[in-house]
Design a protein around this ligand. Sequence first.
Ligand SMILES: O=C(CO)[C@H](O)[C@H](O)COP(=O)(O)O
Length: 155
Amino acid sequence: MWGITKRGGKRNRKKEQQKQQAAQTAANHIKEGMTIGLGSGTTAHYLILEAGKKYAQGLHFYGIATSRESEQLAASLGIPLLEPKQAGKIHLAIDGVDEIDRDHRAVKGGGGAFLREKIIASWADDVIWIMDESKMVEHLGTFPFPVETVPFGMP
Ligand SMILES: O=C(CO)[C@H](O)[C@H](O)COP(=O)(O)O
């Protein structure tokens, strides 16, 4: 039991390191004056932390968040946030994935932010997906396909 926990711990550490490295690399693509789509989930959490560091170092950009959680985190780091109505253009969106294949087809939305993520990604000039290696699959379909219902659309 102890052995399993220990190995699991190591595996998790590696996974977290990979998420963090992916986030750091992606954050280097944030440039002065850009509007950045900020993703949701644990990998995007690292991205927002990295973006917050860059903002604190004097890089000025705006964020547009794909979920309330990401919005709160970004705001707590001082990143100025825009509502969709205010953002004329989204230069770059950075977000996690639930799984991705060799052809860069991905499943997203498992964290429950599907609609906002999809709107922001489709609106952005460029999108960077960030992930640890556990997200890479031969064939999509291992991860349950997320479906989001929008209460506004319900009778
Ligand atoms: O689509 C998402 C949220 O709706 C996430 O980006 C996706 O679920 C990946 O999350 P994590 O980085 O925590 O594995």
